[in-house]
Every structure is written in structure tokens, then in C-alpha cells.
Design a protein around this ligand. Structure first.
Ligand SMILES: Cc1cc2nc3c(=O)[nH]c(=O)nc-3n(C[C@H](O)[C@H](O)[C@H](O)COP(=O)(O)O)c2cc1C
Length: 191
């Protein structure tokens, strides 16, 4: 059985949901999964066969406790199959410049931590307007207006493509070898 570590950083909680979702999919596919938030739950990647690291982009960078944890464990992470999940909103913006900016943010993370992930996946995140304070709500409304997100601040908006994450989990698990089951939708149908 593959032992997979999912380490994540979050500011407003959505990346935690992404980590839990991927964890439950990987468990369904037969993996033994540990989900850890560096700074809260100690996790040593040495006892795992593979690792996924997830963090959200906040003002052009990732959560510091997560970045410090990756820096500390970069060499161990590099020795096992691994992937980096970057949760953000700019991936919704079709302009090539937005994508270039995202690549630059990840490049800075790679340089800062000394860890070059085997794969990088950008995952559309969420606008949690109802949880932001007034200043953050105005700031995010302005950013969303420029990048194609909703400016309706009366409710939250989740852009994460959950079926895409189901496919990603299946591909990641399959890349580790061992028995593979196809991804199944919420209705139990093979997709
Ligand atoms: C203050 C703030 C700054 C953000 N800055 C960026 C950014 O620079 N680029 C981007 O693509 N998304 C940015 N986002 C969007 C977040 O990455 C997105 O809301 C994500 O779902 C947050 O995940 P979390 O709840 O795990 O922190 C920002 C969000 C907030 C609230």
C-alpha cells in the first residue's frame, strides 16, 4: 500500500478542503494518506512513499510555514514521487500574462525552497467574500473584477473543478504503481 503525505498551507481554509478532497480520493484508491498542515501537525516526509504539497497564492507568494517546511525537507521530498498543488485565482484569467505571472511565482518558490516538484498543478480556488473583513473584501472584489472572478460579494464563490481533482488523484496514484481503480463520480459511476 502506498503511504502518501499531503502537506498543505492555507490562509482562508480552501486549500485545506482541496487537501482533504484529494486525501479521500487517494484513500478510496487504496492509499494510506496522512494530511498535515505544517506549523500545526508535525510531519516528516521520510516515512512516506510519495508526497503532495498544496498551498494557496496570497499576494504573489505561498504560506510561510509551508514554505519553511518544504525548505527543511526539500531533499527528502525530491527522493520520492511528489507534486505541488498551487491553489489560486489567476489560473481563471485566460490572458497569457496571468499564466506567466503564476509560473514566476512558482519559480520563486522553487528557488527559495530548493525543491523542484515533479509536477505543478494550478487549481482554481475560491472567493470567500462572506469571511473576509471589509478591506479584504474590497481588495478581492477589485482583483476578481480584473481577472474574471465574480464581484458579487454577498456570497462565496468556489471555482475548484472537483472532477478534475478526481482525475488528478487517479493519475497520481497510478503513477506510483500498484492496483488501480478508475475514478468514480459522486454517484458511483466510473468516469
Ligand atoms: C489577500 C488575498 C490575496 C490573493 N492573492 C492572489 C494572487 O496574488 N494570485 C492569485 O492567483 N490568487 C490570489 N488570491 C486568491 C487565493 O489564492 C484564493 O482565494 C484561494 O482559494 C485561497 O486559498 P486558501 O483559502 O487556502 O488560503 C488571493 C486571495 C486573497 C484573499
Amino acid at each position: 500500500m502506498s503511504r502518501i503525505l499531503i502537506a498543505y498551507g492555507t490562509t482562508d481554509g480552501h486549500t485545506g478542503k482541496v487537501a482533504e478532497f484529494l486525501g479521500s480520493e487517494l484513500r478510496r484508491l487504496g492509499a494510506e494518506v496522512t494530511i498535515a498542515r505544517p506549523g500545526q501537525v508535525p510531519a516528516d516526509p521520510r516515512r512516506f512513499d510519495a508526497a503532495l504539497v498544496a498551498a494557496s497564492i496570497q499576494a504573489g507568494g505561498f504560506q510561510h510555514p509551508l514554505q519553511e517546511w518544504v525548505t527543511r525537507h526539500a531533499s527528502v521530498l525530491s527522493r520520492i514521487p511528489n507534486g505541488f498543488i498551487a491553489v489560486c485565482l489567476a489560473i481563471l484569467d485566460p490572458k497569457p500574462r496571468a499564466r506567466k505571472d503564476l509560473d514566476r511565482i512558482v519559480d520563486r518558490f522553487v528557488t527559495a525552497t530548493g525543491w523542484t516538484p515533479n509536477l505543478v498543478k494550478f487549481v482554481p480556488g475560491a472567493l470567500m467574500y462572506t469571511r473576509y473583513g471589509w478591506f479584504k473584501r474590497i481588495l478581492m472584489r477589485w482583483i476578481a473584477g480584473r481577472s474574471g472572478g465574480s464581484t458579487d460579494t454577498t456570497r462565496d464563490h468556489v471555482y475548484t473543478d472537483w472532477p478534475d481533482l478526481i482525475r488528478f488523484a487517479a493519475e497520481f496514484k497510478a503513477s506510483l504503481g500498484g492496483p488501480v481503480r478508475g475514478p468514480v463520480s459522486a454517484h458511483g459511476v466510473l468516469i
